[in-house]
Design a protein around this ligand. Structure first.
Ligand code: HEM
Length: 225
C-alpha cells in the first residue's frame, strides 16, 4: 500500500485554520494597499474636499447597486445565499446621502468612472460564480462595518455632517452590535462548504476585489487629491 493512499486528505477542515482567518491573512496586504492610498490618506486625514468625498459616495452607489442586485439574484444559492443580509443593504442610504450632498437631481449629476465600470462588470460577472460573489460581498461590507466606522467619524467632522445626513452609508443601525455582526459573518465564512478550488477562487477574487477598489480610489485621487 502506498503512503499517499493512507494519508488523510489535506483539505480536512478540522485540521486547517478557520477559513475566515486564512482569507484575511491572504488578503491583508491588499487591504493595506487600499488603506494606504493617496485618496484614502487624504480622506482619513480630514483633508479631502467635500467634492472628493461626494465623488466617492457617487462611485459607491454604482458598485452597491450591482452588489445588491446580484446578491438578491443569488439569495437562494447555497453559498452566496448565506450572505444575503437584507439589513446590510446600502443603496437606500447612499441615495439619501447623494440627495443631501448633490440635491434632488443627483442622478443626473453622477456617472461611473472607467474604474467603477470595470468593478461593476466584475461584480455582475460573479452572478455565475457564487463563491466569487462572496469575495466581493466580504470585501465591501466587512470593510464598511470595520474601518468604515472610522471614515464615518472623520467625514462627519470634516464636512460637518454630524446629524448623519451625508454619512448614512456608514450607519448600520439595523445590525445591532457590529463586533457581534462581524463574528457571525466570520462564522458563516468558516462554515461554507467549499471544495479546495472554490475556496482558492474566493481568496483570489477577494484580492481582485481589493485591487478593483484601489483602482476606483486611484481614479478619484487623480482628480481630487
Ligand atoms: C480607508 C481606510 C481604511 C481603514 C482605516 C481600514 C481599517 C480597517 C480595520 C481597523 C479593520 C479591522 C481589522 C480587524 O478586524 O482586525 C478593517 C477590516 C477590513 N477592511 Fe478596512 N480599512 C480601510 C479601507 C478599506 C477598504 C478600501 C476596503 C475594501 C474596499 C477595506 C476592507 C476591509 C475588510 C474586508 C475588512 C475585514 C477583514 C477581516 O476581518 O476579515 N478596508 N479595516
Amino acid at each position: 500500500m502506498s503512503a499517499t493512499a493512507e494519508a488523510p486528505t489535506p483539505a480536512s477542515p478540522a485540521a486547517e485554520e478557520p477559513f475566515s482567518e486564512r482569507l484575511k491573512a491572504a488578503t491583508w496586504g491588499d487591504h493595506s494597499a487600499a488603506e494606504n492610498h493617496g485618496f484614502t490618506k487624504a480622506l482619513l486625514g480630514g483633508e479631502l474636499s467635500l467634492a472628493g468625498y461626494t465623488a466617492m459616495v457617487a462611485q459607491h452607489h454604482f458598485a452597491y447597486v450591482a452588489l445588491e442586485r446580484v446578491g438578491r439574484a443569488l439569495a437562494d444559492d447555497p453559498v452566496a445565499g448565506r450572505f444575503h443580509y437584507p439589513e446590510l443593504e446600502r443603496v437606500p442610504a447612499l441615495e439619501a446621502d447623494l440627495e443631501h450632498l448633490l440635491g434632488g437631481d443627483w442622478r443626473d449629476r453622477i456617472s461611473p468612472t472607467p474604474a467603477t465600470r470595470t468593478y461593476v462588470a466584475r461584480i455582475e460577472q460573479m452572478a455565475d460564480h457564487p463563491a466569487g460573489f462572496v469575495a466581493h460581498h466580504y470585501t465591501r461590507y466587512m470593510g464598511d462595518v470595520s474601518g468604515g466606522q472610522f471614515i464615518r467619524r472623520i467625514a462627519a467632522e470634516a464636512y460637518a455632517l454630524a446629524d448623519g445626513a451625508g454619512v448614512a452609508f456608514y450607519v448600520f443601525d439595523g445590525l445591532g452590535s457590529l463586533p457581534e455582526f462581524r463574528a457571525g459573518y466570520r462564522e458563516r465564512l468558516d462554515s461554507l462548504d467549499l471544495d479546495r478550488a472554490a475556496a482558492g477562487f474566493l481568496v483570489q477574487e477577494t484580492r481582485l476585489a481589493y485591487q478593483l477598489n484601489t483602482e476606483v480610489l486611484a481614479d478619484l485621487g487623480r482628480k481630487h487629491v
